[in-house]
Design a binder for this molecule. Sequence first.
Ligand code: GLN
Length: 551
Amino acid sequence: MSSRKNNKTKKINPKYIFVVGGVMSGVGKGITTSSIALILQSRGFKVTAVKIDPYVNVDAGTMNPLEHGETFVLADGLECDQDMGNYERFLNTELTRTNYMTTGSVYQSVIEQERALKFGGKCVSVVPHIPNEVTERIKNAQATHNADITIIEIGGTAGEYENLLFLEAARLLKLENPADVLFVLVSYLPIPSKIGEMKTKPTQHASRLLNSAGIQADMIVARSSHPLDEVRKQKLSTMCNIAVDDVISAPDVDSIYHVPINFEIDNLSTKILKKLDLRPKKRDLKEWTSFTQKIDGSTKELKIGIVGKYFNSGNFVLSDAYISVIEAIKHASYFYKQKPIIDWIDSSEFETDSKKLTNLKQYAGIIIPGGFGERGVEGKLKAIQYVRENKIPYLGLCYGMQLAVVEFARNVAKIKNAHTTEIDDKTENPVITTMEGQDINIKDGVMGGTMRLGEYSCEITPKTLTRKLYNLAQIQERHRHRYEVNNQYREELEKAGLTIAGINQDNNLVEIIELSNHPFFIATQFHPELISHPLNPHPLFKGFIKACQKR
Ligand code: GLN
């Protein structure tokens, strides 16, 4: 027995890499984190990623996607930050709620423990109890995924009041395990147009701000529009107290999926593994590389329109609010060597001017993604009618499915004033209505984390296009909704020609609809975009893109 034990390879300590931001937000910390995770995975290690969101919101379900970005949903139903989607897409893995925390969720559990007398009568203090809870959660994520390396992205930038306690947790973890914790500062080097020269000073300040939190960066990923030259690398090395070799140049790239490849041109994984005293295995990035080659070879343009209610809000980035939809379109497009050109179409313009509907003709296909509330709904309904009648490929996602049912009910099944009770709770024909148990949540205002969330199974109807595309009878997909197709109208809708292509058997819920007299008209109650992967595009998006290509 004992000799077998001796033969075992030495067990390595779990390693932790913290990714923190400097200078400003939005410079690609999430993509850097995902890319580092991927290149370490490609060297044969088990890697998991944790996102820390400094907001007081308990989860991302209550944050406005136009301000905070898309609300991503995990298989286990957690509503979280869009970066979690990037981690899943890059690592090609499924994460769990252990991989995400917010200030709100951390405080909530410390307070719950306090109420349950778990602190044995002690005063519960911000320090150390909050950082302790944070490190416990990081260790829990490591243990859940049995990870060799856990990479933790701390939201915000160094010097912000909001993420101080998370930096404090990171510092304490390093103190406890000096050889097993690494810090990567992702910073930004501006090139002011009037000066025309890349400036290192903001990054020097960011590094000092980290120092004042007791943290020394081990590496700096220097984001800029251009590559860093040796002079700047040297300067950052001197001023930020790190080796020249540990300043990583990360210039802008056309596609986020090229970032890991670029990192490896600089041998980043080898550098990191050396610092962590881990013996690297041979790199395996074959599949990823051939995927990026496909991107480079995708030159034929395909115009896709995404119809939604978009404007009237201050500062926001639309592509962030629908990042998973965009990425799913890209995965499927690259699969067919197409370069997608995505246009945002504001549905409210169809409400004031129906003639504008003919603009939709220029698109290879139209998507109506998830959404909530009244604004722009009548315009979306008009757009759906137009694409249905003019045989333009249509993919409806969640709200885009519910509204497709409303449109079909009104204009094909001739069900008068059909509507969703989300908009009109007095409608005489509620073809879309609240799911069981949701009325009480809405009435009592219990809205956080109470939608139908996460993975549920769906039985696909034989002899449908959907069945052909999946080539499966049973699937699992992720959800986020309160409303559903009203079963009382199912027969009437089916008689009028609507195909129910997927059902959740446990609760008898309609999950997928399609139209057979149309080149491609499929809409789902779930969000297929959430599980599309670069190396494994989603079958429904593949079907949609193929139909677009044909058009
Ligand atoms: N508002 C709809 C519902 O709650 C659709 C939600 C969504 O598109 N994610 O059911």
